[in-house]
Design a protein around this ligand. Structure first.
Ligand SMILES: [Zn+2]
Length: 319
């Protein structure tokens, strides 16, 4: 018996990024504005504990808490992990330690970076202090990092009214997932077929459902799917929605229709945009076919074929 050479699978870098905008309640607003002003604020719980970073509700009683206190900018490392390969946008671009720091006057610890020459220079119990960022805007990054510190500590907690001029009331957190994606054997075959303008799914050997796009296994039967089946090119709109919100970086005029389309021969519907028909005339059962653009690796959209609508019974199991 000779081993078959494994099928070549695709790999590509994939980046998913989006800005996450959130408003701040009174406590977080005071905390971040305080950082801008070089002051670290915590909040006192009903049993007298000081939490830094602050929370808005008591973790024990769920009571709303508002009693702000100022704590020191010096503290003690309670635990740490060495990060020898900093990633883009992390607090430091040289290797550093992630640390939990209990600031003087606080009862809980804050997660941040510690600038240290190597893991041998870090230990639980070591004393550190805040290194403030040169320019501060009202964000956790106003603390550039922590640094080892041998001087006197103390400094809190001291009551603070949280009142600052021009308080920060909202932040935009940039979320970014940056990784290499390998779609695996089944989806590699699907993507390669698409480049030839064919849609290929896989049939479950047990329940005979045809998965498009294929995932390599039938989640119902728990068995691998290996039989390739060409489906489409035409299909039926099983359900749809009208999109009225324009997405950033997407050059499509609203309103437009995004639909679930069951390609002929497929056992489940895939997603696609419907074009070539006014948005308010799209309906369940509409027969559609893919429209490819020059050099496109997938259909740009689907348009009506002009055939009579499909009977509901013909696609009701695919909704
Ligand atoms: Zn199955």
């Amino acid at each position: 018996m000779t081993a078959a050479s494994p099928p070549e699978v695709l790999r590509a870098p994939l980046v998913v990024e989006f800005p996450f905008t959130r408003s701040l309640g009174p406590v977080q607003s005071a905390f971040l504005t305080g950082l801008r002003e070089g002051v670290v604020l915590g909040v006192k719980t009903s049993d007298g504990k000081v939490m830094v970073p602050p929370v808005e509700y008591d973790p024990v009683t769920a009571e709303e808490i508002r009693e702000l206190v100022e704590v020191g900018a010096t503290g003690t490392v309670t635990t740490w992990a060495w990060n020898d390969r900093p990633r883009p946008q992390q607090p430091l671009d040289t290797p550093f330690a992630w640390v939990l720091v209990k600031l003087d006057g606080a009862d809980t610890a804050l997660l941040h970076a510690l600038d240290a020459p190597g893991p041998d220079a870090v230990r639980t119990g070591m004393r550190v202090r805040v290194r403030w960022a040169a320019e501060r805007t009202g964000a956790i990054t106003d603390i550039a990092c922590f640094e080892p510190y041998g001087g006197p500590g103390g400094g809190g907690p001291v009551p603070h009214d949280g009142g600052f001029a021009d308080a920060v009331t909202g932040i935009v957190a940039e979320a970014r997932l940056d990784y290499v994606y390998s779609p695996g054997r089944a989806q590699t075959a699907y993507i390669n077929a698409l480049s030839e303008r064919r849609t290929v799914g896989e049939r479950c050997p047990s329940c005979h459902k045809v998965y498009v796009p294929p995932r390599g296994a039938c989640p119902t039967c728990g068995v691998a799917t290996t039989d390739q089946v060409e489906v489409g090119p035409a299909g039926t709109v099983t359900t749809y929605c009208i999109v009225n919100i324009k997405a950033k970086n997407l050059d499509i005029e609203v309103p437009y229709v995004y639909a679930h389309i069951a390609l002929d021969g497929a056992g489940l519907a895939l997603h696609g945009r419907i074009g070539g028909i006014p948005y308010d005339q799209v309906r369940m059962g509409l027969r559609v076919e893919p429209v490819w653009t020059e050099g496109g690796r997938h259909p740009d959209h689907y348009r009506p074929t002009g055939e009579p609508d499909a009977d509901y019974d013909a696609y009701k199991e695919l909704i």
